[in-house]
Design a binder for this molecule. Structure first.
Ligand SMILES: [Zn+2]
Length: 131
């Protein structure tokens, strides 16, 4: 278990991050891609601006990519908060060792210590993204 005081600091950090990321996801849905309305827009776009189709598609895909990144970051934060509640926060998911405070401060949603993270990254990005 990590130090209680450190735990409280990191929880605050995680809650702030969660709020920020949720806000960013909402912005993405509301602005840029025009969110759920894009099906209606598409008909207009084909009628009025056929030349814009390519760039609009590109924008949409770029937004989707950013959105996926944010959502996976959000998942990591949610996991960390759950682990804080059940007392397993700060432990490496692979070797079970305590993740150093310095690393947790830099990245409160860290699931692995540096050694295991490095091994995972060698094995492939799939594991590193938490999937
Ligand atoms: Zn480890």
């Amino acid at each position: 278990m990590i130090d209680q005081k450190l735990g409280e600091e990191l929880r605050k950090q995680l809650l702030q991050d969660r709020e920020r990321i949720q806000g960013e996801i909402e912005n993405l849905s509301a602005g840029g891609v025009r969110g759920d309305a894009f099906l209606d827009d598409e008909t207009d776009a084909v009628d009025q601006h056929p030349a814009d189709d390519g760039s609009e598609l590109f924008e949409r895909e770029k937004n989707l990519t950013v959105r996926r990144m944010l959502e996976s970051e959000l998942d990591g934060i949610k996991d960390a908060l759950i682990k804080m509640d059940n007392g397993t926060y700060g432990l490496c998911e692979i070797c079970g060792k305590l993740i150093p405070e310095k690393r947790l401060r830099a990245y409160p949603a860290a699931k692995h210590d540096v050694e295991c993270q490095a091994k995972l990254e060698k094995m492939g990005q799939r594991a590193a993204t938490g999937a």
